[in-house]
Design a protein around this ligand. Structure first.
Ligand code: R2B
Ligand code: URA
Length: 254
């Protein structure tokens, strides 16, 4: 390609000096909402004692479909909700890292989820990823064929992250399986969607089946995230807080 346009990031190889802008990135952190990722960037700034030049403020470098903040070696980017949204972002961020000549970046998804048999507030570090049918791969149609890519997370990173948990933390940190659903309502066995043509027993049987399979939480991005980073040879981890225990309910207050 003469030039590569990273369309959804509103950036390109001709219009931006990607090496200068992103060449020092070591960690790419993704999470669902623009606001949360802006807050996270400010949090990182304090944690690593990073000072912006006098008079400068943290700005959204993308300002289109996704929001992106950079604090030294850390990129903090929103990925939206669901498989296709994070999938598009991953294509463009993997290309961005390539164009910026970044070597061995580590990718994290830091997100929210529904717990399965763990209390609300628990932090789950995903050691495996599966879809609604318990498949450990990302199945996606490519030029008319269904292609399966294994959804594998870096186990040494899981252990490194687990070792960072402090017994004094006011929440539990566990490792376990994460189920990726295509939908928030029926796809996660909720009883409170616009439609629900199954019983409470069907829901509980399903959640128990997930639990027996080692699933600790449910969200909507882990499978493509694990599969695409693994396919690209990028070390990656998913760390999600649980809002509620789905064995106890479906709804969450603001
Ligand atoms: C967690 O929260 C979102 C749905 O509310 C979704 O993006 C996810 O994975
Ligand atoms: N995100 C999900 O996908 N499910 C939940 O239950 C909570 C957050």
């Amino acid at each position: 390609m003469g030039q590569d346009i990273l369309y959804h990031l509103a950036m390109g190889t001709e219009s931006h000096n990607l090496v200068e802008m992103f060449g020092d990135v070591k960690f790419v952190c993704m999470g669902g909402t623009p606001q949360r990722m802006e807050n996270f960037a400010h949090y990182v700034m304090k944690e690593i004692d990073f000072n912006l030049p006098i008079g400068a403020t943290l700005i959204d470098l993308s300002q289109y479909r996704y929001s992106m903040y950079k604090v030294g070696p850390v990129l903090s980017i929103s990925h939206g909700m669901g498989i296709s949204s994070i999938g598009i972002l991953l294509h463009e961020i993997i290309k961005l890292m390539f164009h910026a000549k970044v070597k061995n970046p580590i990718f994290f998804r830091i997100g929210t989820s529904g717990g399965v048999g763990v209390k609300g507030g628990t932090v789950v570090i995903s050691d495996t990823a599966c879809d609604e049918l318990l498949n450990n791969y990302y199945e996606t149609p490519i030029v008319g064929n269904l292609v399966k890519r294994p959804a594998i997370l870096d186990q040494s990173l899981v252990q490194e992250l687990k070792a960072l948990a402090d017994p004094e933390d006011p929440y539990d940190v566990v490792t376990g399986g994460t189920m990726c659903a295509n939908d928030f309502y029926e796809g996660q066995g909720r009883l409170d969607g616009a439609f629900c043509n199954y019983s409470e027993k069907d829901k509980m049987d399903y959640l128990k089946k997930l639990q027996n399979h080692g699933v600790k939480n449910i969200e909507m991005e882990v499978v493509p995230f694990a599969a695409m980073t693994h396919h690209a040879g990028i070390r990656a981890a998913v760390v999600c807080v649980t809002f509620l225990d789905r064995l106890k309910g479906d709804q969450r207050k603001w």
